[in-house]
Write a protein that binds this ligand. Sequence first.
Ligand code: KG4
Ligand code: ZN
Length: 346
Amino acid sequence: MAPRLLLAIESSCDETAAAVIDADLAVRSSVIASQTAIHERYGGVVPEMASRAHVQRIIPVIQAALEQAGVSLSDMSAIAVVTQPGLVGSLLVGLTAAKTLALVLDKPLIAVNHIEAHLYACRMHAARDVFPAVGLVVSGGHSNLYDCPSATGFELLGSTIDDAAGEAFDKVAAMLGLSYPGGPSIQQAALRGSAKAFRFPRTFIHEHDRLEFSFSGLKTSVLYQIAGTPPQAYDPALLDPQYVADVAASFQEAVVDVLVGKCRDALRRCRRRTLLVGGGVAANSRFRERLLELATTEKVEVVVPPLSLCTDNAAMAAIAWELLAQGQVADLALDVTAGLVRRRSG
Ligand code: KG4
Ligand code: ZN
């Protein structure tokens, strides 16, 4: 019997992605067209330009995913598409492509939540059931902690009250004159710096009942360190490289301390023995190191996917297989949602 295959489409932000995944979660292909080169000169994603780039790329990306998997559209059993959260114009491009394919091929259409897909990437990486678990998604737009009783049950424990962790990396990188996206360049600069050079704030770290994040105080504190209080105009290109490395390392350590601390608080509160971590910031090597330490000290299992499954991709939308098994098929009136809509646990 021919394997059952899923075509998954992701266009929620600045990556146009498509993947072919079989029902055993083997990734047959995963194609990602990054728009970093388009947005880097602006220091962030420009929504209008992102939508336009998705329109240009979506069909070639889907074609490449099918070609690399050595399959054709008629081999697909279902079409999955990320419909939330994200940039509305960007999401609509993926949704329109997915609806068209589902209609023409007469295959089920499955709506996927991008944040839940980031956590499902852990399930794919582990290649076995990892639920129940606590889940942390740390990306450019979100810093969310979840209790995950099952593969499709996500109960939000808390999120950020201001900036997301990835956003803080991107903004501090800009202050230091480092390139966009900020996470990888801060990580790189931090290698040459001292994490103890500056003591930056770690908001809520001692409030163990509070499963929330706040990174705007940290960001302001970094700005005051660089530009003085009140901040004076400065040219980031003229900052001393060793100073940049020290600020980067000290900032990174503050973010990692908070993220690891809140994971520990959530694991204890929910009495879970497994921690799943996803999203672009989970690619951070210092964070990954500290998560390994947490696994030892708390005697829990920590699952962090490889880098290719941490940053945005379509393969993680394989959560659609779980949703399909539960009969969660969308109709063609399906729409996108910019913000996060909480699904009841299943
Ligand atoms: O999940 P993602 O690829 O896209 C969103 O859904 O937002 O996350 C992108 C974010 C960016 O803010 C980027 O700076 C951050 O992830 N990031 C990192 C690293 N790689 C990407 N942050 C810290 N360290 C990294 N190595
Ligand atoms: Zn993401």
